[in-house]
Design a protein around this ligand. Structure first.
Ligand code: SF4
Ligand code: SF4
Length: 793
């Protein structure tokens, strides 16, 4: 045995007190567990026993294994030790629901006569309830985390074995408290509604990411003590710190995000039962989790479904669009001073993704193009039928790809006139198509914005659907589709009894107003749940048999990553390099090459590779797969699972622009005479620091990745009966998701040189390479004043 292995083995420590306590706890627990299992087998399945013993074992490995010995030499090892103490051992122990088994495992006389009166003491109960209240627990967890990560106490604990143990006890005990409301070990009762655990966990993750970002990106040693100890394997102290930050960041985040998503999914899906749920009858679960119909909310429901409300919203948006077009053509050419440079590219896009996330396809609900076309249709309409061969998404896909590319090639964000032309052209096209053709041809087959919304709304939390299938079954008029004198029917040709999901639904609510039986509602759904099944959908068919919709989903997903990457310095450098290599001095051509690569070549290559793996898996490796000959359909179903990740990338990117540019309207307002004279400057941009903004972006991307993996796994389980078959099917798609995720993370930490970024300005120190949009102060100093001087104002 070599010296290294020997040193590792010898650094195992015998900690008599800890090991005896852990052994005793296990014996008492197992004794009580076996007694309880005889009485309530459903409440105490074997996994509870495994979780409790696993938690004890994790605790011992954390403090008695070589991890402890090496923690004073390598920060990354110390970080792993802390993760085990805070994020693995405590939830595992609590999942064993240890309170009652421990009591039952003790000698009965001792439990009843000695512990009984003490446990019934009201003051103790009140203290305990206060201790495990989510607020107390969160505060204790945060205080322990932050206090012990301050350099002075952290290094002090490393120098003093006694204080090091105190540090670990603080971490472990505060983590037990933190996880208590999340796990809710039986027979604990929750004091907060279950959904509140989602923000509780996300908040903890934000704090975890904040610390990890500091460690990962700091250019100096946060804990100088590690610079003074012998270096192992040539790992420099700073690289060690970066690795520790990455460990805290990625695996650390997963321990918060996975339960958060699990809780959200179990809240929204009646059939999913969490680890802490009592074994109740499924009918009760379904009853408790019956999705809420938002159109039934008094007053609000009536307002939302009324046509007047929609028309008012559409009119407001139409007026804003007209203002953008007019200012785009007649206003100043400097983008930050023009409505056409600010409203569409900073506010509208950010609000679009927030609307999708919070409600659904809100833009189509408020669409000004359909209002304009409805007005024109009152005067003239031809009502031709859209050619059958064009009733697919292919034309819209081409238009969407062109738009993504044109945005960068022509710098639309920086050209108010081109932006105004684009919007005016959009109005003209929507009106011309829908005057010539019947129904909502433009929305369904052509509108790139609509297709973007349709795909993204697959993970929106609301869905229009029939309230009772039995009423539809006895309905003979089908007014939701055909319309009647009170409202037109669904122009998108979605027949309510067979409508599934949000694809092609503009949230116009025409069907709601048309249904004579008031049988249509707006229901809560689990984001992404619609992607798991593959029902026959009205007017769409099975999504697994629609290659055009798969291509649309892929271009939306990859477009999210390509659009963000196109703005960062290394990609700009690559485009310059490409221009030099192929010997052309035409930057626009290299941008086109970048988009051709990222929107067509790479997605097609990824898709074909994954489909090839699925083909092999379905035909040769795993006989447990249903419909083995339909490997193409299987691959298409998995491709849809990438939508949550793509949506997350779009959201992170567009929210970044929205938050950093919240006050960018200041440039436009500065042109209003009384604002200019008042000296007022709006100042409500993101002020919480670039690190927290980066954290927010990463958090969104993390959630997207987890949701994609979850959806892909559920799809795999519905296709493959056996675990091994499911894992083999899902593997290539999980790999694609992880590659995309890492691309997104890489993009987010790159400098962005193309948009007047603050970190590229001389004398502007930034703690890390992070991109910033133009805020008002930047606009005022870099644009307004020079332009005013040029114009002699
Ligand atoms: S939604 Fe209304 S109109 Fe449509 S089929 Fe059902 S009951 Fe009939
Ligand atoms: S189903 Fe049709 S009519 Fe109903 S909200 Fe969706 S698009 Fe509008």
């Amino acid at each position: 045995m070599d010296n290294g292995a020997l040193a590792v083995l010898e650094s195992w420590q015998i900690r008599p007190v800890l090991m005896t306590a852990a052994a005793l706890a296990c014996i008492v627990y197992i004794r009580g567990f076996l007694k309880l299992r005889r009485q309530m087998a459903a409440r105490f399945p074997t996994w509870r026993l495994a979780a409790f013993i696993g938690g004890q074992a994790t605790l011992i490995v954390a403090v008695a294994s070589p991890l402890d010995a090496f923690s004073s030499l390598l920060l990354q090892v110390h970080m792993i030790q802390h993760l085990m103490l805070m994020l693995i051992a405590p939830p595992l122990i609590l999942m064993g629901a240890p309170a009652i088994p421990m009591l039952r495992g003790l000698p009965a006389s001792f439990a009843q006569q000695s512990l009984g009166p003490f446990l019934k003491w009201p003051a103790l109960r009140r203290f305990w309830n206060w201790l495990v209240h989510p607020v107390t627990a969160f505060v204790a967890f945060s205080v322990a985390t932050w206090t012990w990560h301050i350099p002075a106490p952290y290094q002090f604990a490393l120098r003093s074995p006694g204080w090091h143990q105190v540090e670990h006890i603080c971490f472990f005990v505060s983590a037990l408290l933190f996880w208590f409301p999340v796990v809710q070990p039986w027979p604990a009762k929750s004091v907060w509604p279950r959904w509140a655990m989602v923000p509780y966990l996300l908040l903890a993750d934000v704090q975890n990411m904040f610390l990890s970002v500091v460690l990962t990106f700091s250019e100096r040693l946060i804990y100088p003590i590690y610079g003074a100890v012998p270096r192992l394997d040539g790992i420099s102290a700073i690289n060690d710190q970066v690795a520790a930050g990455a460990i805290m960041w990625v695996p650390g985040s997963m321990f918060f995000l996975v339960p958060a998503i699990g809780i959200a999914a179990s809240m929204l899906s009646p059939n999913l039962v969490g680890w802490n749920a009592a074994p109740v009858r499924i009918s009760k679960v379904a009853e408790r989790s019956a999705p809420r119909d938002f159109l039934r909310i008094p007053a609000i429901g009536a307002i939302v479904r009324s046509l007047y409300f929609r028309r008012i919203v559409q009119t407001i948006v139409l007026i804003v669009a007209a203002a953008v077009i007019i200012d785009g053509f007649r206003g100043p050419g400097a983008s930050p001073l023009n409505l056409a440079g600010v409203l569409p590219w900073i506010y509208w896009r950010g609000l679009l993704v927030i609307g999708l996330m919070a409600v659904g396809n809100l833009f189509c609900f408020a669409c000004p193009f359909t209002l304009a076309r409805d007005l024109v249709r009152r005067v003239v309409r031809v009502d031709l039928a859209w050619p059958r061969r064009l009733r697919t998404k292919w034309v819209a896909i081409a238009l969407l790809g062109l738009f993504f590319c044109a945005y960068e090639v022509f710098g639309l964000w920086d050209s108010p006139r081109m932006t105004a032309s684009l919007i005016a052209g959009y109005f003209a096209a929507a009106i011309a198509i829908d005057v010539l053709f019947s129904g909502a041809t433009f929305c369904k087959y052509l509108c790139p914005i609509g297709q973007f919304q349709f795909i993204q709304s697959a993970i929106s939390p609301l869905e229009v659907r029939a309230r009772k299938a039995s009423i539809c079954a006895s309905c003979t008029t089908h007014d939701c589709l055909r319309g009647n004198e009170s409202s037109r029917g669904c122009e998108l040709e979605l027949f309510m009894p067979r409508k599934a999901g949000n694809l092609d639904c503009t949230l116009c609510l025409d069907c709601v107003r048309a249904c004579p039986h008031d049988n249509i509602g707006l229901f809560g759904v689990a984001p992404g749940a619609d992607l798991i099944g593959d029902p026959v959908r009205s007017s769409i068919g099975r999504m697994s048999r629609r290659p055009d919709i798969v291509a649309l989903a892929m271009i939306v997903v990859f477009g999210g990553f390509a659009g963000a990457a196109a703005m960062v310095a290394p990609v700009a450098d690559w485009e310059t390099w490409l221009g030099r290599v192929i010997g052309i001095d035409a930057p626009r051509l290299t941008v086109v090459a970048f988009f051709a690569l990222t929107l067509t070549v790479i997605p097609i290559a990824f898709y074909m590779l994954a489909a090839a793996v699925d083909r092999i898996v379905t035909r040769r490796v795993t006989p447990g797969v249903a419909n083995r000959d339909n490997w193409r359909e299987i691959s298409r179903r998995f491709a849809y699972a990438l939508i949550p990740l793509g949506f997350a990338m779009w959201t992170a990117h567009l929210m970044f622009h929205l938050l950093t540019g919240l006050d960018s309207i200041g440039g436009v307002l500065s042109r209003v005479p009384f604002v200019e004279g008042s000296g007022w400057q709006p100042s409500f941009s993101w002020s919480a620091g670039s690190a927290s903004l980066l954290n927010l972006e990463l958090l969104i991307l993390d959630v997207g990745l987890l949701l994609t993996l979850y959806v892909a796994w559920r799809i795999a389980r519905t296709i493959a009966g056996r675990l091994r078959a499911a894992a083999a099917l899902v593997a290539p798609w999980a790999a694609i998701a992880i590659v995309l995720y890492l691309t997104g993370v890489w993009t987010m930490v790159q400098p962005m040189p193309m948009r007047g970024t603050m970190n590229m300005m001389p004398g502007m120190p930034m703690p890390m390479p992070v991109k910033m949009s133009m805020s008002t102060s930047t606009v005022m100093t870099t644009v307004v004043r020079p332009v005013s001087m040029m114009e002699g104002r």
